[in-house]
Design a protein around this ligand. Structure first.
Ligand code: PMP
Length: 458
């Protein structure tokens, strides 16, 4: 394998431009070659066993290596590998999946629109929301409000909707008609308020923006129930209900981006259910197929669905692979397993609470870790210079990367989002595996504090 590793690295360096990567730096170092996976573990081409504390990119909810999903894909490829859903045609798999999704979604979500990814779900949502308002006679309602540090994908629409300024800088984003408000990050922005007060205040930033733009011009507010790639920013419990109240008051659609939170990540089927709110639409991908094949879906609530169906006429939007039969078959098997094997319920009742207790116990005692947080199987902590003063390190992100590199070297995948360290393992992780993951992480953090922060010899 050693020889292969070098050969694959050379090919990769010669021909492959990686997403979100500095190609020059990566090629100098060489990419790690992942060759197989089972449960929560990955193996690289050198034979190292790695704990995947991120479920790939927050997506392999069901865990790796499910032969039954592979079987479903094989059978479907043999039966009907592809046909489109554009021109008065459908297929059994897309019809059955749509029914299943209506069952697992909260009441009032009877319709879905299919895409291939989270970014496409967000782009679809943007176009659908604007088309909805035009269809019901309010074409001037076009502006979408997102949040700074939100992540909604990499397409022009998704990256505009997101609030990652380093993405906006590349390619003149956001596109017109998309504006942003501050994220509900209590630790940074909520200093002299209680979390409850801060939740209300942060929601009212949205109202300020609505009034600034003019409610008659605003189509929707869009937010992740818990901001994922922004560093697992969990809003106070008062935030989403107040956002919902404000959206209703000003007749603005409320959209949740459930690409990470959806399909059990928080212990609920969808993240917004944690907060007792009801969006008008929500976007999904990732956990819908647990990453086994690319598929996303926009869930459309009653109001928008009826508006589109009754008044919309043609919706001039769709993808060659919308409702792809093989992706739908695999998604269906995956969602059925998440439900019927009790995987989502176990996150809610057992492994989620266990992870959260252990996560706080393990990381709460480090000198340079604060804001230890999480719900279900999504969690984070923040590396800080001084806990008492709530002071962050200078050069935001540098410490996060240094810590992440230690995890990586020790065969543990956890991610740095700035100086937030985040984890989101496959939902099938067992309690002993949680112990193993956190034990390894704690040893890495000890080394981080000793070597990187205090500068002692490794
Ligand atoms: N929305 C959210 C909330 C996401 O986390 C992501 C991906 N991390 C996306 C959209 C984009 O999904 P994709 O990478 O599948 O396009």
């Amino acid at each position: 394998m050693k020889q292969n590793t070098e050969a694959w690295r050379a090919l990769d360096a010669a021909h492959h431009l990686h997403p979100f990567s500095d190609t020059k730096g990566l090629n100098a170092q060489g990419a790690r070659v992942i060759t197989r996976a089972e449960g929560i573990y990955l193996w690289d081409s050198e034979g190292n066993q790695i704990i995947d504390g991120m479920a790939g990119l927050w997506c392999v909810n069901i865990g790796y290596g499910r032969k039954d999903l592979a079987e479903v894909a094989k059978r479907q490829m043999e039966e009907l590998a592809y046909y489109n859903t554009f021109f008065k045609t459908t297929n059994p798999q897309v019809a059955e999946l749509s029914k299943l999704l209506a069952e697992v979604a909260p009441d009032g979500f009877e319709h879905v629109f299919y895409t291939n990814s989270g970014s496409e779900s967000v782009d679809t949502m943007i176009r659908m929301v604007r088309h909805y308002w035009s269809s019901v006679g309010k074409p001037e309602k076009k502006v979408l409000i997102g949040r700074w540090n939100g992540y909604h994908g990499s397409t022009i629409g998704g990256a505009s909707m997101g609030g990652m300024t380093y993405m906006h800088e590349q390619g003149d984003l956001p596109i017109p008609g998309i504006v942003h408000v501050e994220q509900p990050w209590y630790y940074k922005h909520g200093k002299d308020m209680t979390p409850e007060e801060f939740g209300l205040a942060a929601a009212r930033w949205i109202e300020d923006k609505i009034l600034e733009v003019g409610a008659d011009k605003v189509a929707a507010f869009v937010g992740e129930p818990i901001q994922g790639a922004g560093g697992v920013i969990i809003p106070p419990a008062t935030y989403w209900p107040e956002v919902e109240r404000i959206c209703r008051k000003h007749d603005i659609l409320m959209v949740c981006d459930e690409v990470i939170c959806g399909f059990g990540r928080t212990g609920q089927w969808f993240g917004h259910e944690l907060y007792g709110v009801k969006p008008d639409l929500f976007t999904t991908a990732k956990g819908l197929s647990s990453g086994y094949l690319p598929i996303g879906a926009v869930f459309v609530g009653e109001r928008v669905a009826q508006g589109l169906i009754e008044h919309g006429g043609d919706f001039n939007h769709g993808f060659t692979y919308s409702g792809h039969p093989v992706c739908c078959a695999v998604a269906r098997a995956n969602v059925t397993a998440l439900r019927d094997e009790g995987i989502v319920a176990r996150v809610r009742e057992e492994t989620g609470p266990y992870m959260q207790a252990k996560w706080r116990e393990t990381f709460g005692q480090f000198e340079h870790i604060d804001d230890v947080r999480g719900v279900g199987l999504i969690q984070a902590f923040t590396l800080v210079k001084d806990k008492q003063k709530r002071a962050l390190f200078d050069n935001w992100g540098t410490m996060g990367l240094a810590c992440r590199d230690i995890f990586f070297r020790e065969n543990l995948i956890m991610r740095a989002c700035g100086d937030h360290i985040v984890a989101a393992p496959p939902l099938v992780i067992s309690k002993p595996e949680i112990d193993e993951m956190l034990g390894r992480a704690a040893r890495c953090v000890e080394e981080f504090e000793r070597v990187v922060v205090r500068g002692q010899p490794g």
